[in-house]
Design a protein around this ligand. Structure first.
Ligand code: HEC
Ligand code: HEC
Length: 203
């Protein structure tokens, strides 16, 4: 009698286990990645197809800013505009303030005509001087920016920050939601005003 009970109990447990196991989904190792091809072979793995905007400068539509004061994406075709070299920068040919307005190109902003780096030198006594003032702790020296009459060297290589938009469907999806403090910031930057807020610039 006792034995029958135990045997019955064992069979019930085993049945539950089997049912339980058969309800568990199995996923093959090859399909663990986002790509749909085997993780063990590169033969069928191709990058997602992407297309750059073909519209020429002057015919393209501006792309909304990704976030406030993000460097805007280049909305037009850039074929023939690279490489940017010391003597040849096609971007400045259209975007410098002197020409941009006339051809309806966004003007390079004031931030790109500002030197944010303080003059730094090492005095004989080993002290570091920033803008001619000896400083013990270099982080104590706050300099906001000196307006320049020409484009800052740090902004010469436009494509270091501004890149053409490539159209593709990406997995996983980008769920970033942007919040602009003012609606117009979705198509206009105001970085220099933000930086200079309440601060005297060194002239
Ligand atoms: C032939 C003139 C021309 C050249 C060269 C040119 N652009 Fe443009 N760019 C424009 C015009 C015009 C627009 C406005 C959109 C349009 O009409 O296509 C624009 C728009 C842009 C924008 C978008 C600005 C915004 O407000 O969203 C960026 C960024 C940009 N260009 C960067 C560049 C960079 C970087 C280069 C060099 C690789 C370059 N452009 C070369 C004329 C030009
Ligand atoms: C070090 C990164 C960097 C480089 C290099 C750079 N930019 Fe920008 N650019 C930015 C950022 C960030 C913004 C947005 C904030 C601001 O106004 O500075 C911007 C904004 C702009 C805008 C939009 C201005 C507006 O009123 O909304 C234009 C046009 C532009 N840049 C053109 C250029 C061109 C042309 C070059 C090359 C001559 C260049 N940038 C080089 C980072 C850069």
């Amino acid at each position: 009698m006792k034995l029958t009970k135990i045997t019955l109990g064992f069979f019930t447990a085993a049945t539950i286990l089997i049912i339980g196991c058969s309800a568990t989904q199995t996923i093959s190792e090859e399909s663990l990645g986002i790509r749909k091809t085997s993780l063990y072979s590169e033969n069928d793995a191709f990058p997602v197809k992407t297309e750059y905007i073909k519209k020429a400068a002057g015919e393209s539509k501006l792309i909304e800013r990704a976030f406030e004061n993000a460097p805007p994406m280049i909305p037009h075709n850039v074929e023939g505009m690279y490489p940017i070299t010391t003597n040849n920068n096609a971007c400045t040919g259209c975007h410098l303030p002197a020409v941009a307005e006339a051809i309806n190109a966004t003007v390079i902003p004031q931030s790109h005509f500002t030197n944010f780096r303080p003059d730094t030198s090492l005095a004989k006594n080993g002290k570091i001087a920033k803008e001619g003032k000896a400083v013990t702790n270099t982080s104590d020296f706050k300099v906001i920016g000196k307006p320049l009459t020409k484009l800052s060297g740090t902004r010469f290589n436009c494509t270091q920050c501004h890149v053409p938009q490539s159209m593709t469907s990406s997995a996983p999806k980008n769920e970033f939601e942007v919040k602009f403090r003012a609606v117009e910031h979705n198509k206009k930057s105001n970085l220099i005003d933000n930086i200079n807020e309440g601060v005297d610039t060194i002239n």
